[in-house]
Design a protein around this ligand. Sequence first.
Ligand code: SF4
Length: 128
Amino acid sequence: MGSLQLRHVDAGSCNGCEIEIASVFGPVYDAERFGTRLVASPRHADGVLVTGPVTRNMAVPLKKTVEATPQPRVVIAVGDCAHDCGVFRGGYGVVGSVNDVVPVDVSIPGCPPHPTAIIEALRGITRR
Ligand code: SF4
C-alpha cells in the first residue's frame, strides 16, 4: 500500500487524540508528505482511523463506516481508549473498545499517542 486515504471516526474520545491527529496532518509533522491523507467519505478511503472508546450512540455509525470502506481496508485504533477503553472503562455509555465492535488491524497506544507514534504506525502500513 503506497499511499493511505483515511476516514476518521471519533467513537467517543475526550478530543485529546483528535488534537494529536490534527497535529499529524498540520504543518509541523505534515503526514501528507508520506502519502497519507484524511478524506471525507469512507467510500474514498483505504482505512478508518478510530479514536475513543465506542459509545452506545457511535457503535452503529462506526460499523456502518467500516462496512462502507472498500476492501482491502485497514482499521487503526488510535489511543488507549480505542485499544481498551482507557479511563472510560466501565462507563455507563461505553459499549467497549474498538476491537469489541469492529476488527482492528493496528493499535497505537498512548493517552494520547504522540504525533510521531501515529506517523510511525501509518508509515508502517504504507510500507506493507
Ligand atoms: S486515549 Fe487519552 S487523549 Fe485519547 S481519547 Fe482517551 S483519554 Fe482522550
